[in-house]
Design a protein around this ligand. Sequence first.
Ligand code: MD3
Ligand code: FE
Length: 217
Amino acid sequence: TTIAPGAVHVPDWLDARAQRELLAACREWAVPPAGLRTVRTPGGGTMTARQVCLGWHWYPYGYARTVVDGDGTPVKPFPDWLGELGRRAVRDALEEGAPGTVPYDEAPATGKPLYDIALINFYDGDARMGMHRDSDEESDAPVVSLSLGDSCVFRFGNTESRARPYTDVELRSGDLFVFGGPSRLAYHGVPKVHPGTAPPELGLAGRLNVTLRVSGR
Ligand code: MD3
Ligand code: FE
């Protein structure tokens, strides 16, 4: 389903086994050093979702190779298999007919892997994410989003402001979302998680979102 030019939602893209495997990997990545942390915003607040990064460490508002705002250790590596998953995700989303999405194979011939950043957000029942844009990457390659566990309301806005118009979409465990082309810099957020809605056999209380990105560095 194309939500807006370049924004493609593919429900149930990960089957139950792939969801279990991705969740197991996320749990390993959450372990210190360079594990799960609370993100502090420059205004003195904290994000309610907690986060772990692979490849590059995101802090407001930049990227580093060490956990500069946490335990100071080197960021965990971004595994090849996750990059392959990202390319397959964009290819499948393009088949759904997403006008404006930057094709997965149009990266400049740098010899470097395309995807090199993963940001993994862990949400409990009260966690939310305010409307924001992701503009710290130096690449216009599409962002790949994978959801696990509890369903949520995902709010997809416009490129002008946090305000209306926006579209609310329910994201469920196993769903894929790809944001490319004109949607790459759109405002978006997660106003609500629905506790207790995860597939019981997954064994996850809460919600987890994995985004795959291209640093462009
Ligand atoms: C649209 N994550 O990590 S996923 C984020 O569910 C983020 O954790 C939310 O926003 C979450 O930055 C929403 C959907 C998403 C992710 C990245 C995007 C939408 C996006 C980047 C550009 C445009
Ligand atoms: Fe975002």
